[in-house]
Ligand binder design. Sequence first.
Ligand code: CUA
Length: 336
Amino acid sequence: MIKSSAWVALLSLVLSGCQAAPAITSPASTSAKAITDLLWIFFGISALVFVVIEGLLLFVVFRYRHNGNKVTTEELPKQVEGNPRLELIWTLVPALSLLILFIVSVGTLRALVEPPTDSAAVKNIVNVRAIGHQWWWEFEYSDEGILTADEMHVPVNSVVYVSVDSADVIHSFWVPQMGGKIDVVPGHTNNTWFQPTEIGTFTGECSEFCGGAHAMMRLDLVVESQADYEAWLTAQKAPSVKPTGDAILGEKVFFEEGCSGCHQINGTPADGLIGPNLTHFASRKSIGGKVLDNTPENLAFWLGNPAEYKPGVLMPKLNLTPERIKLLVVYLDSLK
Ligand code: CUA
């Protein structure tokens, strides 16, 4: 027997796990809320059926258990055959339950498919293109001329239309607290939408196996006030800041090592489109597909050998000396 204290420890572990994870049971958008409501209706009806059926089963098992006496043919209970009323009940009750679940499911599906069309919603639309790469997310705000990675910003209560494309293989775009998943298919654009109702940072992840580092393909969805969002747009639209001090040497290393062949930095000759756009790299909270926090130590570690943390990553090991890594970190961290 497990001691009760162990049960308490286990339970608190499970419960704390539920809170830290991007749980679908804590929705933060209108469609995620509709999905969660449906989940609880299904759970409630299933739980009711479970309790009634298991209760009847246990009752019969204990009430009519063998009492140790020999049973003779004469003592057998009255044998019955057919009971129209009972048969009607156990046919109609499940049929009606399924009909109810079907009707509420169709209602939820409609709510998920049709975005709001009231005038407030129409005025507050954000279009984002999410591009899945092995193994990171790129975000293009073509209305604003912004190309960024790892971090997607949207204002609260806006209607966010996300069109998803793939740069290589099949991925799946999923921010659990915003709603369902959408397949990211090469050569075919899929569309989804959501309306965030809460300010906060919500973790998203690729939910289709897409190669070795599939589990390291995450993103941050930052839902913020309209004012914060506009400030973010303004900052992202600006060209990169001009380096000063050691950052000038770092920029030199950046070009000498060929980083510009894969990365774009607006306002400089760096125009590579294979890796993430780094124009405002220092404004982002994470690196490498949200696998490491964006700190100078982590960045130095990452530049030293990206595959050490993320096996299979396309970014090569450049065999940089610690001094050159240090200068690169100073330069990249200056790109606010
Ligand atoms: Cu991309 Cu899994």
